[in-house]
Design a protein around this ligand. Structure first.
Ligand SMILES: CC(C)(COP(=O)(O)OP(=O)(O)OC[C@H]1O[C@@H](n2cnc3c(N)ncnc32)[C@H](O)[C@@H]1OP(=O)(O)O)[C@@H](O)C(=O)NCCC(=O)NCCS
Length: 170
């Protein structure tokens, strides 16, 4: 099995968007992933590819408010491909890209109920920023993204440029 990570192409959007809700366990997520990530933020959007299949993606962008920050909006891996390091490879590619451009930290948010995402982000070196509430000892901010939009706010500092591994194989 060889999976490679590359920058997204605009046409990749059409191949991903119909799978997004299923990859998020049936949650309605597709509406939060507009095509613009695959056009205007291509330098920060990556796909994981096995043969002709897209098996994961990461959509991010550099903050226009603080250029030392990169924000990861979405990261998802095909359920049939999880637990094999693809999510980690996508994040490592983003970390390398961000560090090489002088960025100092990567930010992300996730729902306090998304325990898998919280565990994954913690494993990737993210730490939760302080919040007024906590669940399972993880701080979160209620209604951060509006009513019903409670969020854990994650931050990962980029101290040293990590080693670049463009593909994973076994
Ligand atoms: C979260 C997600 C991207 C992880 O992708 P993945 O390819 O399975 O992750 P990896 O195999 O690279 O795992 C990297 C590490 O995170 C850990 N991890 C990943 N998912 C985890 C989970 N659900 N629970 C606990 N730990 C998890 C792995 O055990 C691994 O740690 P290890 O090296 O110590 O074994 C994937 O489960 C997914 O797409 N989930 C649905 C979408 C989602 O919630 N995205 C995040 C919010 S935008």
């Amino acid at each position: 099995m060889i999976v490679s990570i590359r920058h997204a192409e605009p046409d990749d959007y059409d191949r991903i968007i119909t799978s997004v809700d299923a990859w998020w366990g049936g949650r309605r997520m597709a509406g939060m992933l507009p095509r613009l990530f695959f056009i205007h933020f291509r330098p920060w959007t990556f796909v994981a590819v096995h043969e002709d299949a897209i098996v994961g993606f990461l959509a991010a962008f550099r903050s226009q408010t603080d250029s030392s920050q990169v924000y990861c909006h979405f990261i998802g891996v095909d359920p049939g491909w999880r637990g094999q390091g693809i999510g980690e490879a996508l994040y490592q590619r983003l970390f390398v890209e961000a560090a090489s451009q002088g960025c100092r930290e990567v930010l992300s948010v996730t729902a306090p109920s998304n325990h898998g995402s919280i565990s994954f982000h913690t494993r990737m070196g993210f730490a939760p920023l302080p919040g007024p509430c906590s669940k399972r000892e993880i701080p979160y901010t209620p209604a951060y993204d509006g009513p019903g939009g409670d969020r854990v706010r994650f931050r990962k500092p980029l101290i040293e440029p990590p080693v670049h591994s463009p593909s994973i194989a076994d």
